[in-house]
Design a protein around this ligand. Sequence first.
Ligand SMILES: [Zn+2]
Length: 357
Amino acid sequence: MYHSRTPSTQGKTHRIEIYFATFANHYSLKKNCVMLKYTLSFSGSVLCRKACVPQRNKHISCYNIPNSFMFKIIRKKLGFFKRGILGFFQNKMEKFVPHSNAHPNTLQFPHTNIHTLPHPPELNLFEIGRSVKNKPIRCFQIGSGKTKLLYAFGIHGNEVGTVKLAGHFLKWINEHLNELNKITLFIVPCLNPDGFSLALQNPDYFSGGKIGRLNANNVDLNRNFATKTFQKESVWYFSEKIKVYCGEHGNSEPETKALTGFIEKNDIKILFMFHNAGKEVMGNKNTLSQKLTKLFCEKSGFHYVSDEDWAKLNQTGTAKEWCDEKNIAYIEVEGSARWGSDWKNQKEAIISVMRAA
Ligand SMILES: [Zn+2]
């Protein structure tokens, strides 16, 4: 946005000053408002360019644009480049085919030596629904205890590492079945298989890893839940504020329907939802959720996000709010790697929280 001042006469040159305001919103909600002041002559040549940044003590600092503006762009590009290099290697090191169609009772795990796990009777595999492009949304059931926990990964298909994390978790569970006396685990390794396939086919390592976030109807599934706050359009804070489409109405998407339908039918006590990357954990208003969220933070070293901080993100139609309305404990984990499983960082936290549930 901009506004221009009335032309004024200073010395012999007619000048016009134009102000551009840019907003850089970070995930941590730190806001920087940068005014770009262009002083132009009427012939259109640029006489002066300055970036004016409001400071905390209400002073305004001005910088010459070529330095500060270019520095900001370079820093942003370098950040993408650094993450891109890391993402490239993480993705190459941990290959994973989570939805092998070769045999419905097999799952390939994310190891350098990819191996196929035989299907033990304790590990029940079924579909909870289909995606927009008719891909199966699979769910593993392990154990048959009274307390039912649901773990969902890959709601945002670009968050490839979460699907790999599901594979590691499943492998660990399969080796520790004695842990499951009192609980039933339901594990959905990939809730958004269409977005996930797109992300794998178009790995945009060097532009931030955005491709594949949405489902095949271009809907952000974590804004599509049928909550009181649902709106057709909401926001996603990436390196800037991005508008996202949330569907025609709450629960309009087959992926959201599959998840909510399954939860309602099965009396799920706790929903765990895995995202990346932000090294953050948040719960909902449920007391158990708050207790387990804090335990997850303690074991992983991730940052605790309070309800007040979450509210500042202005998100609508989220799984968190839906669980609040249904009185289900909700725990959302923002892991630390976009393309890697992050298993080493989250293993202790995931297992400790599962035991405490
Ligand atoms: Zn996400």
